[in-house]
Design a protein around this ligand. Structure first.
Ligand SMILES: [Zn+2]
Length: 174
């Protein structure tokens, strides 16, 4: 079977075949990079395996036998964790732009309080926006698709909470 007939037989989108087989632990080790995802010792964009795009695996032979086996596993619910995670990721991906905008807005409001240079609140806000692991880092990783959407949501929500607390406490004190 080819990928399209395999997907059609299972009622799957055809671009989801590898990801779903992977979730069922039925993907095969990439023959080009032997599952490492990279060729060579270093792990850079340049050494990423083009065959598997760095994932390290590839489609197995899509036989009718495999298709039947997969259909049974789907009925048993073996794909549920994957599908749930995918839904959560989609929801997180939709939420992140708003969360990033909220964080920027909060940081602008802290700057607009007119605090004197060197005020600790300004340093704290700058650290949350530009420090290591902070807002700009999360944004950069998201742009490179290098951050799990759920992890991004957790980090952004923590940054937003800290900025909110900082804004409230600083506004009250000044
Ligand atoms: Zn590969």
């Amino acid at each position: 079977m080819n990928r399209y007939s395999f997907a059609t037989a299972l009622g799957w989108p055809d671009d989801e075949v590898l990801a779903r087989l992977r979730a069922l632990d039925l993907s095969e080790r990439c023959s080009r990079c032997s599952g490492k995802g990279h060729v060579g010792v270093e792990r850079t964009d340049e050494t990423r395996c083009f065959k598997c795009a760095g994932a390290g695996d590839q489609l197995p032979k899509l036989s009718l036998k495999l298709c039947r086996n997969v259909a049974e596993r789907v009925v048993k619910g073996d794909l549920h964790p994957y599908l749930r995670k995918k839904r959560r990721d989609a929801a997180c991906t939709r939420a992140t732009p708003t969360m990033i905008a909220d964080c920027k807005q909060l940081s602008r409001r802290i700057e607009a309080l007119g605090l004197p240079d060197g005020h600790p609140a300004l340093a704290s806000a700058a650290e949350l926006v530009r420090g290591q692991g902070a807002l700009v880092d999360v944004e950069a990783l998201l742009q490179k698709n290098a951050l799990d959407p759920e992890t991004a949501c957790v980090r952004l929500s923590s940054i937003r909470e800290k900025l909110t607390a900082l804004l409230i406490s600083t506004a009250e004190a000044s």
